[in-house]
Design a protein around this ligand. Structure first.
Ligand code: MN3
Length: 241
């Protein structure tokens, strides 16, 4: 199966899951049972409704359980074909996909990328916490963009400018500067850019369509209210070390 075929398959699985049993998902108070394989669905760390009104509970539930859940299911299948998938650090794998056996490289790119991106995304959001960057991260944003507002404008534009499905990111580049980029599909900033993410926002339609429909810009504007700036500061410190 090539990359496009597996993407199409994934999209079909996700679409089928989203269309059926929506009310059953809502009624389910806790996450479904974890799979037997080495990959597990990480917990959000907050309730599905905690990011309301910015991101609605139904979107969060389906996004976490079904979309992220599909990556976990697929990774457990892929781990049976290449054991290192479950033992090497995910960052090591996504940073050099040439080490992945060619037969499963497309599947690993999509599914480990998806797992990594979503795990990063859940932890980057919080119902509480500081509402703006501070310390070294704030200083670096001012240095490289002028001010925080200029950075958020650029990141919103990167999210709007990603045609189709993908992600927008604030990253630390290889030469240790902050930059804004976007990536297609479930590619992570490590893959082709060799960059370390500080912030990342999912701009696939499944991330916002139930509440915002085609208004990706409104979703991006609202998303900033959910950012866990303390976590972003940790990512920046790690990437800058
Ligand atoms: Mn997603």
């Amino acid at each position: 199966m090539n990359r496009r075929q597996s993407l199409t398959l994934l999209a079909g699985v996700a679409a089928a899951a989203s269309l059926g049993g929506g009310s059953r998902v809502l009624a389910q108070a806790t996450a479904p049972a974890q799979p037997a394989g080495p990959f597990k669905l990480p917990e959000l760390g907050y309730a599905y409704e905690a990011l309301e009104p910015h991101i609605d509970s139904t979107t969060m539930t389906i996004h976490h359980q079904r979309h992220h859940g599909a990556f976990i299911t697929n990774l457990n299948g892929l781990a049976g074909k290449w054991a290192e998938l479950a033992t090497l650090p995910p960052e090591t794998i996504v940073s050099d996909l040439s080490k992945v056996p060619e037969a499963i490289r497309g599947g690993v790119r999509n599914n480990l990328g998806g797992h990594w991106n979503h795990s990063f995304f859940w932890a980057l959001m919080t119902p509480g916490g500081p509402k703006e960057p501070a310390g070294a991260l704030k200083a670096a944003i001012d240095r490289d963009f002028g001010n925080v507002g200029a950075m958020t404008d650029k990141l919103n534009a990167a999210g709007l400018g990603r045609f189709g499905s993908g992600w927008a990111w604030l990253v630390v580049t290889k030469d240790k500067k902050l930059d804004v980029v976007n990536t297609p599909y479930q590619d992570t900033p490590h893959m082709d850019l060799g960059a370390q993410p500080v912030l990342g926002v999912d701009v696939w339609e499944h991330a916002y369509y139930l509440k915002y429909q085609n208004r990706r810009g409104d979703y991006l504007k609202a998303w900033w209210n959910t950012v866990n700036w303390a976590k972003a500061g940790e990512h920046f410190a790690k990437a800058s070390a």
